[in-house]
Design a protein around this ligand. Structure first.
Ligand code: ADP
Ligand code: MG
Ligand code: MG
Length: 248
């Protein structure tokens, strides 16, 4: 689904990502860990094609196509969607109007809005004056509306209180499993995702397949995400970057 080869990225002339190699197979949910400032958000922004993230080396292959130089719009058209860490306020744009423009199926979108208590935000300007949790729900609703098949989530649980994390986690999980026709609760060819988590809280609700640790703009290790999280919690990132984790 996604193949990142030797990706090297500069922001304002500063090298932020250095030779990143990372894959996400179709139907897999992979997780990106790493300390503050490692370049996790920069990687997701680069994958989505935001301006200012200059790829100076390497390539991004998505669904077999080289998308390294494609626009955000083209990537979105191909099925890529993102929930950013700090989404912008959109003054003058009402949430309902935005949803109406981006929804693949407005009935579906309205049902989700109902379920996550976002209907009362329809007439409000997107994100303006929203609390941390409300912003995340609004972003998730917009993401679901587009129904992408490759999903980038940047610390979805940040700024969300402990009670709301459960609802958010469950909503994310149903988004990842949406349109899945597989029997049981594990999808073999549904949506694919790359999820940044600092706290690992979201992993209580989604089934993650593989974890990566990014440090100083470089992928240091990959492995079982649950084992990695335990190791990170016990040892911190210092030990992890020595690659004591089993590589699989
Ligand atoms: P993470 O998400 O892992 O905490 P980021 O990807 O946000 O880290 O940031 C990685 C590094 O890139 C940081 O040192 C940050 O200051 C720098 N950076 C991010 N965006 C910009 C920008 N627009 N201009 C200059 N430096 C930036
Ligand atoms: Mg899946
Ligand atoms: Mg970040």
């Amino acid at each position: 689904m996604l193949e990142i080869n030797n990706l090297t990225v500069e922001i304002g002339g500063r090298r932020i990502l250095k030779g990143v190699d990372l894959d996400v197979e179709a139907g897999y949910t992979n997780v990106l860990f790493g300390p503050n400032g490692a370049g996790k958000s920069a990687l997701l922004m680069t994958l989505m094609g935001f301006s200012g993230y200059n790829v100076v080396e390497g390539e991004i292959i998505f669904k077999g196509e080289d998308i390294t130089n494609m626009s955000v719009y083209e990537r979105a058209q191909m099925g890529m969607g993102i929930m950013t860490q700090r989404p912008p306020n959109m003054s003058g744009v009402k949430l309902y109007d935005l949803l109406n423009v981006i929804s693949k199926d407005m009935k579906d979108t309205e049902a989700l809005a109902e379920a996550i208590d976002m209907v009362r935000f329809y007439e409000r300007d997107v994100n303006v004056g929203f609390s941390g949790g409300e912003i995340k729900r609004s972003e998730l609703l917009q993401l679901s509306a587009q129904n992408p098949d490759f999903i980038l989530l940047d610390e979805p649980e940040s700024g969300v209180d402990l009670v709301s994390i459960e609802q958010l986690g469950k909503t994310i999980n149903s988004l990842l499993q949406k349109d899945c026709k597989c029997p049981g609760d594990r999808c073999c060819h549904g949506k694919s995702a790359l999820v940044i988590t600092h706290t690992g809280q979201v992993l209580d609700y989604i089934e993650a397949d593989r974890g990566y640790i990014l440090c100083n703009g470089t992928v240091m290790c990959s492995g079982n995400p649950r084992e990695m999280l335990t190791e990170i919690k016990e040892q911190g990132y210092e030990e992890c970057i020595k690659c004591k984790l089993m590589k699989i």
